[in-house]
Design a binder for this molecule. Structure first.
Ligand code: PEP
Ligand code: MG
Length: 538
């Protein structure tokens, strides 16, 4: 979907579910005028003053916002108090740069640093830094930054939007947020979810014109100047969403979900131990995917004890429930300095996931030791990502088994957990019976990217990147069918598991185990309930 005229629609990625119909408001930050530079001392004083003003503005916002928003803003205030950062800017002023240029270039370097972090969470923090950069530059250039004025219920559209700008907007009359770039893991996305503001990110290029807009946070679409028919179908979708949301929370407490008499197991995906604090997590049947890459967010690979503590904490939380931990899936869109290879021409088709771990056994061994020790503490399953051939699984298994033997020989309690693989490379789905895996988990994000030849992070390809494409569904169905015949569990942990519109197709493909973000659990359970009683996805 694309275009520049009335009635056309644009598709991005969901950051917060919900619906908004209102005036279309572009709020991109305008460039403030140039600063006339003074002496070195004047520039240094101007910088100090601008930082104080910015700190004060953010602290005021934090005080009026409270709760989670205040915590998020504290991160920004702490950054403004980072003397190392400020010293670097002073040094740059000392070299003769005006305060605004010195501040901007130092912050730009920091932002680039955050952007190259392997972890989505850290990457998303770069927009907080960009906010500080722009806020201080505007103050230095004599523009104190007027609070954003948005008409009640407006659909706000920006390139990206930092938390502090989000909090300046009065959302009490509803409205929504449409970002051309942005990320579902950004702070502003967390705030939007917490406040129930619909938000769609990575919409690509949108024309500046437009009077009214329909924002569908569920279908991840933005429709500009819609016609009467578009408004009618939008309102239908919105009404059924509102109805289903009200019943979803009640359904969450029920013990099981079932479809056509078969039990559907619903697990959650986590990235970090803190994700278990989500209020709905307790209702999950277990953890279907723990992405361990977050442990690589620091500058070096964490030691065995740090890793063991993280895995152990998750197993303790889960009790008897199964916990599936995925070994490091670095590489591709998740480079890790010192671990992944530099300069690959095509990293998505490069040495990533299990390929990389097998190429760096000294790093992999540390993770496998921690997992082998944690395995005795609960119901642990371990899976390898980005597996192409059965030999890779066997190579990983051999390394793991040798490590367990060595731990036991040293008198350290350990065991080999159940071993499974992610099915996310088309070859693995097509030759699924060649793998001696204890379980399979379908990574539909990567599977779709490789089947459809669409880089998953390229917003321009969003309309083509359709996980419901028959070719993707065919591979999912094949994998599920193999599991059913062989008596091997098959789950799906990619984003489509958390998308209610994909559920009928996934259930019809034969899947009975899904793993979703905790925030999607209620909606998915509710949707299964509706489908099983003959209703629609709604
Ligand atoms: C996937 O590819 O679907 C998946 C679950 O893993 P990730 O998104 O971490 O690559
Ligand atoms: Mg994947």
């Amino acid at each position: 979907m694309q275009g520049g005229a009335a009635g056309l629609a644009y598709r991005g990625r969901t950051a917060s579910i919900g619906f908004a119909h209102g005036p279309f408001v572009r709020v991109d930050a305008g460039a403030a005028g140039e600063r006339v530079a003074g002496t070195l001392v004047e520039e240094a004083l101007a910088l100090r003053n601008a930082i104080d003003v910015a700190s004060g503005q953010i602290a005021d916002l934090a005080a009026s916002a409270g709760g989670e928003a205040a915590q998020i803003l504290e991160f920004q205030v702490a950054l403004l108090e980072d003397e190392d950062l400020i010293e670097a800017v002073f040094a740059s002023i000392g070299e003769g740069r005006p305060a605004d240029i010195a501040w901007r270039s130092t912050l730009d370097a920091q932002i680039a640093d955050y952007n190259s972090a392997p972890d989505d969470y850290l990457k998303a923090r770069s927009s907080d830094l960009a906010d500080l950069r722009d806020r201080v530059v505007h103050i230095l250039r004599g523009d104190q930054g007027q609070p954003l004025k948005v008409p009640s219920g407006g659909v706000v559209c920006a390139d990206d939007l930092p938390p502090s700008r989000f909090l300046e907007i009065d959302w009490s009359g509803g409205g929504g947020l449409a970002l051309l770039r942005g990320s579902p893991t950004s702070h502003v996305a967390m705030l939007a979810r917490a406040r129930g503001i619909p938000m769609v990110v990575q919409l690509g290029t949108i024309p500046d014109i437009g009077t009214t807009a329909l924002l569908d946070g569920e279908g991840a679409t933005l429709e500009l100047d819609p016609n009467a028919e578009q408004v009618r179908t939008f309102e239908k979708r919105r009404d059924s969403h509102l109805k289903s949301r009200a019943s979803a929370r009640a359904i969450l407490r029920r013990p099981t979900a079932s479809w056509r008499g078969e039990r559907i197991k619903l697990f959650i995906n986590i990235q970090r131990v803190e994700d278990l604090e989500h209020a709905d997590a307790q209702y999950a049947d277990g953890i279907g995917l723990m992405r361990t890459e977050f442990l690589l967010a620091g500058r070096s690979v964490p030691d065995e004890e740090t890793q063991f503590q993280a895995y152990d904490a998750v197993l303790r939380w889960a009790g008897q429930r199964p916990v599936t931990i995925r070994t490091f899936d670095a590489g591709g869109d998740k480079p890790v300095p010192g671990f992944t290879l530099d300069g690959e021409a095509n990293p998505f088709l490069g040495v990533r996931g299990l390929r990389l771990c097998l190429a760096r056994p000294e790093i992999f061994a540390v993770q496998l030791r921690a997992l082998a020790r944690a395995a005795i503490r609960g119901n642990l399953k371990v899976m390898f990502p980005m597996v192409t051939s059965a030999d890779e699984l066997e190579a990983g298994r051999k390394l793991f088994a040798d490590i367990v033997q060595r731990l036991l020989a040293d008198g350290i309690a350990a065991m080999l957990p159940e071993l499974g693989i992610m099915v996310e490379v088309p070859a693995a789905a097509l030759a699924v019976s060649s793998f001696k895996a204890a379980f399979f988990s379908i990574g539909s994000n990567d599977l779709a990217q490789y089947v459809l030849a669409c880089d998953r992070s390229n917003g321009a390809l969003a309309p083509l990147m359709d996980p419901l494409h028959p070719a993707v569904l065919e591979l999912i169905a094949r994998t599920a069918e193999h599991g059913r015949r062989a008596g091997i569990s098959v789950s799906l942990c990619g984003d489509m598991a958390g998308d209610p519109r994909c559920l009928p197709a996934l259930l019809n493909c034969g899947l009975r185990e899904l793993s979703v973000n905790a925030s999607a659990l209620a909606q998915i359970k509710h949707t299964i309930d509706r489908l099983s009683s003959g209703g629609s996805v709604g």
